[in-house]
Design a protein around this ligand. Structure first.
Ligand code: NAP
Ligand code: FE
Length: 365
């Protein structure tokens, strides 16, 4: 992983000179509010101004960003002659910043969809990312998950979509609402566990997965009490999200992400919740295929499989509403044909996936 990570209180103020190394002008890419609300934007601007680096701001990134939004961001970067891109926000803004950096470096393409080919001519502009949620790990991954013209989530990835530098500060995540904190923490847990039971899991990704869980589970238990989280708890969640990102860099995501994407696309369920509703059933499927690994994992989690499933379900309060059998078939069909399904242990059948979707849809109808 080529990204340098600074993730502690005042990390930006203490490393301002890093912002002065990539050129004279940057485009800051954010969502509508969180960059300002979290205090991260002010810290970035202070660092830039200290080094006499000028900037423009593109604050149009929506949750689950569309490729068109990123294409517009690329044009803004070209219009202001940006030398580098700074993304500030949750996974949506950070993923969008990666795509903006690619579009900005490749302005001659009239069709934005070239980006999904993962083979662009010129290297993306240098990228600095500042995380304000604690879950996606996007700060340290090369992935950018964009909504394509068919309304489906599609991932891009290049050796140049890693950030040069990533900053985190637990103070930035304090302004997250309870539901966003829970959803993003569950995303990190899904990264960890899907990667742990992935066919591509190796010694290192296994270590990252277990470290993610060791930090994240007690922190999430404390969040669930609804007592205002301490900065230590926030730091643990943030660090856990980085470990989750490192794990998926090696072994990728599996069934929960594959099945969860359509719920964010069509029902606007936040990403972490949309994936985590499949987690207990994914674990139930995987445990018999790797019983020793499963035991080691539940030792770290400090709960039995049943207790952990109950804990995960207790954190998710969503209603999926009516879904037609055709809709379910479509989700399963798409996931079954994807790399996410291929990463599941054993050979997961469409019937098994339909069973899982039935259990989950019944529970959250
Ligand atoms: P998000 O979509 O970035 O943000 C969710 C909401 O929380 C937004 O309204 C955002 O506001 C707000 N928010 C963010 N930080 C906040 C803060 N500190 N205080 C108050 N509000 C805050 O959520 P996310 O779960 O972090 O990211 C989800 C996206 O990441 C999905 O598109 C998913 O596919 C992607 N993802 C990427 C990877 C990867 O490896 N690249 C991995 C997993 C998921 P604003 O809109 O104002 O910013
Ligand atoms: Fe995720």
């Amino acid at each position: 992983m080529p990204t340098e990570v600074y993730a502690y209180q005042n990390s930006i103020a203490e490393n301002q000179d890093i912002f002065w190394q990539y050129g004279n002008h940057c485009l800051i890419v954010t969502g509508k509010n969180s960059a300002k609300e979290s205090g991260a934007l002010d810290d970035v601007i202070a660092a830039l101004e200290q080094g006499k680096i000028t900037y423009d701001i593109f604050d149009q990134v929506e949750q689950n960003p569309h490729v068109s939004t990123c294409f517009s961001g690329g044009k803004s970067a070209n219009n202001c002659n940006a030398d580098f891109i700074v993304g500030i926000g949750g996974g949506s803004a950070l993923d969008a910043a990666k795509a903006v950096a690619v579009f900005a470096a490749n302005p001659d393409h009239l069709d934005k969809n070239f980006i999904f080919g993962n083979d662009w001519e010129f290297q993306a502009l240098p990228l600095i990312l500042v995380g304000t949620t604690a879950g996606t790990g996007s700060e340290v991954t090369p992935y950018s998950i964009l909504i394509n013209d068919d309304g489906q989530k599609q991932s891009i990835k290049g050796s140049d979509t890693y950030a040069e530098v990533a900053f985190g500060d637990p103070r930035y995540t304090q302004t997250m609402q309870y539901q966003t904190t829970v959803s993003t923490a569950l995303d990190a847990i899904c990264h960890s566990i899907e990667s742990y039971f992935s066919t591509s899991c190796d010694t290192f990704s296994e270590m990252y997965s277990l470290e993610c869980l060791r930090l994240c589970i007690p922190a999430l238990q404390s969040i669930a009490t609804k007592i205002t989280p301490t900065l230590e708890t926030r730091q643990d969640l943030y660090n856990a999200s980085i470990y989750g990102g490192l794990a998926i860099n090696i072994s990728g995501t599996a069934l929960c992400h594959g099945m969860g994407y359509p719920l964010s696309e069509t029902k606007r369920i936040p990403h972490g919740l949309a994936t985590a509703i499949f987690l207990p059933e994914f674990i139930r499927y995987s445990v018999p295929l790797a019983p020793d690994k499963a035991k080691a994992m539940f030792d770290v989690i400090g709960m039995s499989e049943k207790e952990f499933a109950d804990f995960v379900y207790s954190l998710i309060h969503i209603k999926l509403g009516e879904t037609t059998p055709q809709e379910r078939q479509q989700w399963v069909h798409r996931c079954h044909d994807s790399i996410n399904a291929k990463r599941c242990l054993g050979e997961i059948t469409k019937e098994k996936m339909l069973d899982i979707s039935r259990v989950v849809l019944k529970m959250f109808a």
